[in-house]
Design a protein around this ligand. Structure first.
Ligand code: HPA
Length: 260
């Protein structure tokens, strides 16, 4: 039996009758406090799961309730730059799909390229550009669910939320100022090292994908200061209230037809 099916069997046994409305994968420093927790497993207790090795990724899978919806929360992810295969990077997505969950919310941190994006804001991903080759499947269609995203944007009036194009880089180094200028000219609004491989896998599996990226810093060259992971984690943590508000809207606004 494949690793993903072994993990699926374990989690579906733990879920029992519970049918999560959505799965949420959280990235660097991002946190979400659930209203109720049914159970929580560490990555090392789930066969096939790789415990994330990067600071700020706790590696827990939690079943619980948020904003009155059942959710499956995955805290932490692995990145390409950790030297693993595409299969490993997308393992969580395939596991979520195997569990029959159709709605997936991918949360990451990113540097803001668009001048009007401030630290702490959330950008819902409307499209992406890969700065490096990425092995993935795409049927030539948009990866991110436009209906769901537009409903969330409409419901987020007053919150610091917008939509835009995410540029994916393999990392782990930050970009140079010249790269950021080039990305901006190509239509990028924010830049990050995650989210896209998972979004592409989920889309190829016909899931409904909402990408939400927390702007944790101005991209390279936009401000005086140098970039580092600790500042990114701090900024992501500071944006937790905004993130919780947006995720609540996201759960409420998932179209009814996506819930079956
Ligand atoms: N670049 C790439 N990834 C990031 C950044 C950035 O500026 N900030 C948070 N993740």
């Amino acid at each position: 039996m494949s690793r993903v099916k072994i993990a699926r069997n374990l989690l579906s046994e733990r879920l029992g009758e519970v049918r999560p409305s959505a799965a949420i994968i959280l990235g660097s420093g991002c946190g979400l406090e659930l209203d109720r927790v049914h159970w929580s497993l560490t990555a090392s207790n789930i066969p096939g799961f790789i415990a994330p090795s990067v600071a700020g990724h706790s590696g827990h899978v939690t079943s619980g309730v948020f904003a009155n919806y059942e959710v499956l929360l995955m805290q932490g992810r692995v990145h390409y730059y950790e030297g693993v295969s595409t299969d490993r990077v997308t393992f969580q997505v395939r596991l979520i799909h195997e569990l029959g969950i159709k709605n997936i919310i991918l949360v990451s941190a990113a540097g803001g390229i668009r001048a009007t994006l401030n630290s702490g804001e959330i950008m819902l991903v409307e499209g992406h550009i890969c700065a490096q080759p990425l092995t993935a499947t795409n049927k030539g269609r948009s990866v991110y669910d436009a209906l769901w995203r537009e409903r969330v944007i409409a419901a987020c009036g007053g919150l610091p939320v917008s939509s835009g194009v995410y540029v994916w880089t393999i990392g782990p180094s930050y970009e140079t100022p010249a790269e950021i200028v080039a990305f901006e000219r190509r239509g990028g609004d924010a830049v990050g090292m995650s989210l896209v491989p998972e979004a592409m896998e989920a889309s190829a599996l016909d899931m409904h994908v909402l990408g939400a990226t927390i702007i944790t810093n101005g991209a390279a060259g936009l401000h005086e200061q140098e970039l580092n992971h600790e500042d990114v984690l701090r900024a992501a943590k500071a944006a937790r209230t905004n993130l919780a508000d947006v995720l609540a809207k996201a759960l409420i606004q998932a179209p009814q037809s996506y819930r079956t």
